[in-house]
Write a protein that binds this ligand. Structure first.
Ligand code: DGY
Length: 429
């Protein structure tokens, strides 16, 4: 397919997955509004329909809970093709039925992008409308996912990280007792090859965590104290740190200076906390189980997000680049979600190896901002090559380029339009 055809197909995917203001990640497998999917989708819409881009994020924040949390799934209508649906979650925190935890907070970063792409008063008005909601969400993260002020952000469920079956979660997940889980039928494996999805023993524990949080009424303070899974995630920590910097810039631009000191406080706390995630043997940021104090032992794609978070000093950037080059000589397409030299790497199983376009977009952006244009471009070119050969799949094998997971996938289409397409590079030149 030609580049122009691919650009058009990407737009058609976003339009086809649009449910009237919000976009599903893909039909069948994910039939609702997902949090970080929607925000990346907004970045794609911004390339041809700015109004629709703002709308996507505004509709996501319609589901914000009273305590500030923005759920990872909004169940705007019941759809039997997905499990677990609203009755399993049993939440009551906001105006729209939803799951009970959040997902990576990319909204501030993308809202800042939208405003940079469109400097009209109307755009500034929409950013101003979103600002207090994003601020409330970040405050919720700082309060309830870093309750001891360590400067690292925990996830209470692998799904909250967005990187569901990452090997980093294995030990903490195995420690979760399988409990209070009604007999259930998975739907994901009827849409997608089971070899590309998490195992049943993972799902048993995913549901046990949901049951444990349901028992404490999803009260965020009780969840932080009692949830059987509480693991500091370099992905969320770095994405939030980056998002706080963008929120600070937004506050400056929109004349909302009264919030700047609070946001600056979060930035310094997260900057110093990042050191806790540093595995000195590996020379990389990894996950930290806050219940056991144990660091994980593998490099994941989130380890490469340190520069995206603005952490690119001489103690970090060269190590990130060394891992990049080592992994880059091992696989044909970067960035695998887990280290191919690690025994738990699986090139096609969801977050245990495959390449994800939106992660590449974030890593590349950080490297480019740190002055590393060559590695940043390798990520863009690899992402483009994967899409050119496999289409707009959910994820791809870093070894064979095989397209995997769901097809006609919204965020892959969005990332193509916003960054990976050669026409974007031509326009930027
Ligand atoms: C799923 O259902 O696999 C999702 O990733 C959960 O968010």
């Amino acid at each position: 397919m030609s580049q122009n055809d691919l650009d058009q197909t990407a737009r058609d995917i976003l339009i086809g997955n649009d449910q009237g203001g919000y976009t599903v990640p893909t039909k069948g497998l994910y039939p609702y509004q997902w949090n970080w999917d929607s925000v990346f989708v907004a970045r794609g819409f911004a390339t041809f329909n700015p109004d629709r881009a703002w709308r996507e994020i505004e509709l996501l924040f319609e589901g914000q809970w009273r305590d500030g949390m923005v759920p990872h799934i909004l169940f705007r209508k019941d759809d039997p093709s997905y499990f677990p649906g609203p009755s399993v979650w049993g939440t009551d925190g906001g105006p729209i039925p939803s799951s009970g935890h959040s997902q990576p907070p990319v909204a501030a970063t993308i809202v800042r992008d939208l405003l940079e792409l469109d400097s009209s008063d109307a755009a500034a008005g929409r950013a101003k409308g979103l600002f207090p909601k994003i601020l409330h969400w970040h405050r919720w993260y700082m309060q309830y996912r870093d309750p001891d002020g360590l400067g690292v952000v925990a996830v209470i469920h692998p799904w909250e990280s967005g990187r569901d079956n990452l090997p980093d979660w294995d030990d903490a997940l195995r420690a979760v007792e399988v409990k209070d889980v009604e007999p259930y039928v998975r739907k994901d494996t009827s849409h997608v090859d089971p070899e590309m999805r998490p195992h049943k023993e993972d799902y048993d524990r995913y549901l046990s965590i949901v049951a444990a949080c349901r028992k404490v009424g999803w009260d965020p303070e009780k969840v932080a104290r009692t949830c059987p899974f509480f693991v500091a995630d370099p992905g969320i920590t770095f994405i939030l740190l980056r998002a706080c910097r963008d929120l600070l810039a937004l506050a400056g631009k929109l004349g909302l200076k009264e919030h700047m000191a609070e946001i600056e406080g979060w930035i310094s706390r997260l900057e110093s906390g990042a050191a806790r995630l540093w595995n000195p043997d590996l020379k990389a940021h990894v996950a930290l189980d806050l219940r056991t104090g144990k660091l994980t032992d593998g490099v994941s794609s989130a380890s490469f997000l340190a520069p995206y978070a603005g952490l690119s000093g001489p103690d970090v950037l060269p190590a990130v680049q060394d891992h990049f080059d080592r992994i880059g000589s091992k696989v044909r397409y970067l960035m695998p979600s887990y280290d191919p030299d690690h025994p738990k790497f699986e090139h096609l199983r969801y977050w245990r190896g495959p390449v994800w376009a939106m992660v590449n977009f974030m890593i590349s952006r950080g490297l480019s901002e740190a002055g590393d244009a060559v590695r940043a471009e390798r990520l863009r070119a690899d992402t483009a090559a994967l899409i050119q050969s496999g289409g707009f799949a959910e994820y791809f094998s870093p070894e064979t380029a095989v397209a995997a997971g769901g097809g006609s996938f919204s965020w892959t289409a969005a990332i193509w339009l916003a960054w990976a397409t050669p026409s974007h590079a031509e326009q930027a030149a």
